[in-house]
Ligand binder design. Sequence first.
Ligand code: GLA
Length: 355
Amino acid sequence: MNDFQTTFGHPPQVTAHAPGRVNLIGEHTDYNDGFVLPIAIEQAATVMISFSHDSQHHLVAPDTGERYDLMPDAKLEGLGKYVLGCFRVLEEHFKITVPPLNYWVRSTVPTGSGLSSSAAIEVATLRAVRELLNLELDDVKLAQLGQRAENVWVGVPCGIMDQMASSVANTQTALFLDTLTLEMRSVSLPAGSEILVIHSGVSHELSDGGYAERRAQCEEASRLLGLKSLRFLTDWGQLSTLEGKLKKRARHVVTENDRVLRALESDAGHFGILMNESHSSLRDDYGVSVRAVDDLVEILQAQGGVYGARMTGGGFGGCVVALVRAGRVLEVGRRAVEQHRALGYAGRQVVPPLE
Ligand code: GLA
């Protein structure tokens, strides 16, 4: 069952792609109505579909060996949650029934890495069905439906960053997004810099509870402050009325929003400092880093040619992103992976891809 044709006996009617993303700065701000700055990566999900000739959806993912034959109203598990979750939000939005489909997906975005492998599958799935059924759906609305599929059917209370990045970002310029207004603009990387992404070798699982717990803490903090969301905490003095963990969580969010806005105006050197500060804040105030990631961040920060480095994505493992002097990325990547492996981890370079 390697490709669509051999699996289903005919070629696909539609093929769609959607990329993963790496977030440069602005972490855990999106569900607080804040600012983010992701950029698409080359790794992407590819979805192929055709109408099925029976009453079931047939889903195949050769990479994970998953195969599901599902009635449209089936109870969902595994890949089924993502795919039928997308079908169901489309049905709800357009008041239609998605006809039974043959569905095939393959992705080069590593899972559990903080690079939005789920959003890439959701966006590619929605794109494929949009084309097959000729649905009138713009890229922003498509991202919102992907987020809804993730919230409702996958069960991760994520913000809008990943699906927006996968739906509208490109690999050449970063995407500044105000997650409250969905106002966005393309932002060039600081002159003379390039991006390096290294996997720490430790996978994360955002449905485990730590992510939802952080989100609930932020909502509780803004409720105590009488704000609609932490986006509106502009007088930092108000932080002193909060206590313990809530104070730390809120402090991360307001300082991180401020760092994103400052990053937009920064040269590579200053941008890197903001990334380093972001990491410390995520580690110390937000509590979403792990040892393997901290070790990798420290190794990167110590390399010549590195402007700054931080964890990226939801946390609890996954990847580290570094801003590196142009032309030095491969050398820095090789050395950092080597030093990290010497500590016993199984890390590897993800961006730029090595093969
Ligand atoms: C995950 C979520 C995003 C965002 C990041 C943290 O990737 O899907 O919505 O909250 O974590 O910045």
